[in-house]
Design a protein around this ligand. Structure first.
Ligand SMILES: Cc1cc2nc3c(=O)[nH]c(=O)nc-3n(C[C@H](O)[C@H](O)[C@H](O)COP(=O)(O)OP(=O)(O)OC[C@H]3O[C@@H](n4cnc5c(N)ncnc54)[C@H](O)[C@@H]3O)c2cc1C
Length: 441
């Protein structure tokens, strides 16, 4: 594609995952009527559809692109079981009983996902691999050590520290100051999971309609009318799960209220060419998932279906291309694994994650329209879990209130869904990472 010497022949800017599981086209037409119309065919929308089917409803899932095209077939495939939420809320300012409820609800996303994969027989290379969080500074290590017992209590699985002198037992690198292993974590092939979840929803009775962009939702009698790029559809209930794609590049949105509460952030991943299996086993003992403790984090892993390193991070906070992001990520990878200095890249791609202004995922209802969104870049388990819970609520089948339901959902005055401030905030976070590291030297 380009002459860059880092790029292997056939270099592609499509996700590596699409080699084995590209989102497939569907030929379903737009029906005139739906009991529930779900806008967004990622993990959240598909999981909601599956649960609604199990409860006897027949939802229609609409996606502007192919089903599974968004973050759900582009992510790192690390199943973190809500640990990001746990980290945030443990250090946050919420009332203790609220923190307890949210942490329990977040932790429950991990067993939920494992159970869902097993029950539906979704073949997506899932492994309970565990996760290693290397510490970027000694202070980060100390903070992790202080947090580890609580995490073990919440997840009900071992969490333990690996000091710097034994770091090679967890990661083949001298770049970090030790780190924390969390067993309540897994890994999967996100493309296969998106495809398998879509097939499970279809088998259960959901109608999946792709290439159909929802342009507006308005009330009509006791239900709603949705204007789409392929005509109109009437629905008794509507669920919006557009997450990091809630605001379109042309400024449009299926649900502007939700777009105003999302901070879409581009995340980038590169895939290396195939390496010897021994190299992968030395760099990733136990083939765990890895996410470091920086504010602007690196996340990396071995591929589940080949001996490649997949390296992800925020290559840029300004609009950029996967081709431009690739050398930046390659440099970050070399800092941690110097022996990969001359390794070439076969893929570099991007996708949007969605942050929220309170750093929490949300489900809820606004003017009768349900939503589930905002997984802070950690949504393989969480988006699936939010979808399930919002479906229970929608169907009136929830036994108790979900802790992430109906929380205040902040947005600053004047914000319309385009995060113009990201280059400044991202630059500030990067600077603080650098300062922390300099102080640690
Ligand atoms: C590069 C990257 C790496 C990541 N790594 C990890 C990881 O390792 N572990 C982890 O847990 N999480 C990770 N995430 C986050 C995770 O992928 C997301 O949290 C999760 O996939 C969100 O699922 P979703 O269904 O909410 O949204 P999405 O999968 O993004 O789906 C939203 C869908 O809405 C559709 N849409 C938008 N507007 C409209 C409209 N108007 N009409 C119809 N359809 C519309 C889009 O086409 C899209 O398909 C990563 C994300 C990215 C991008």
């Amino acid at each position: 594609m380009t002459e860059n010497p880092l790029f292997a022949p056939g270099f592609s800017t499509a996700p590596y995952w699409w080699e084995a599981a590209q989102p497939v086209p569907r030929s379903n037409g737009l029906p005139e009527q739906a009991a529930v119309a779900i806008v967004g065919g990622g993990y959240a929308g598909l999981s909601a559809a599956l649960t609604l089917c199990r409860l006897g409803h027949r939802p229609v899932v609409l996606d502007a692109e192919r089903i599974g095209w968004g973050a759900s077939s582009r992510n790192g495939g690390m199943v973190s079981g809500g640990l990001k939420v746990l980290g945030k809320t443990l250090g946050g300012k919420l009332a203790p009983e609220k923190i307890q409820a949210i942490t329990a609800a977040a932790a429950a996303s991990f067993p939920f996902l494992e159970e869902l994969l097993a029950r539906e027989g979704i073949d997506c290379d899932y492994r309970r691999s565990g996760r290693f969080n290397p510490a970027y500074t000694p202070r980060h290590y100390a903070a992790q050590a202080a947090r580890a017992p609580k995490l073990a209590e919440i997840t009900g699985m071992p969490v333990y520290m690996v000091p710097r002198e034994r770091q090679h037992e967890a990661l083949g690198s001298d770049h970090y100051f030790g780190g924390m292993v969390t067993e309540a974590s897994g890994s999967l092939h996100p493309g296969k999971y998106a495809r398998g979840l879509a097939e499970a929803a279809e088998r259960a009775g959901a109608l999946l309609v792709d290439e159909t962009r929802v342009q507006g939702i308005r009330r009509e009698g006791s239900g709603f009318r949705l204007a789409t790029s392929r005509g109109e559809i009437r629905a008794d209930a509507v669920l919006v799960t557009t997450n990091g794609y809630s605001k379109q590049p042309d400024g449009g949105s299926a649900m502007p209220w939700l777009a105003k509460r999302m901070i879409p952030v581009g995340s980038y991943i590169i895939a290396t060419e195939e390496l010897p299996a021994e190299t992968i086993d030395r760099l990733f003992p136990g083939r765990r998932m890895v996410g470091d403790s920086k504010r602007v984090l690196n996340y990396f892993r071995p591929a589940p279906d080949s001996n490649r390193v997949l390296w992800g991070g925020r290559a840029s906070f300004s609009p950029t291309t996967p081709e431009q992001a690739a050398p930046v990520l390659h440099r970050m990878m070399r800092e941690v694994f110097p022996e990969l200095g001359s390794v070439k890249l076969t893929h570099s791609w991007t996708g949007n994650v969605a942050f929220t202004f309170d750093f929490l995922p949300h489900i809820g209802v606004e003017e009768g329209i349900h939503y589930a969104a905002g997984c802070q870049g950690s949504g393989v388990a969480m988006a699936s879990w939010l979808g399930h819970n919002v479906a229970l609520k929608l169907a009136g089948a929830a036994n108790q209130r979900f802790a992430l339901d109906g929380l205040p959902f902040p947005t600053p005055p004047g914000y319309g869904g385009t995060p113009w401030f990201l280059p400044f905030v991202g630059g500030w976070y990067r600077l603080r990472d650098k300062i922390d590291r300099m102080m640690a030297a």
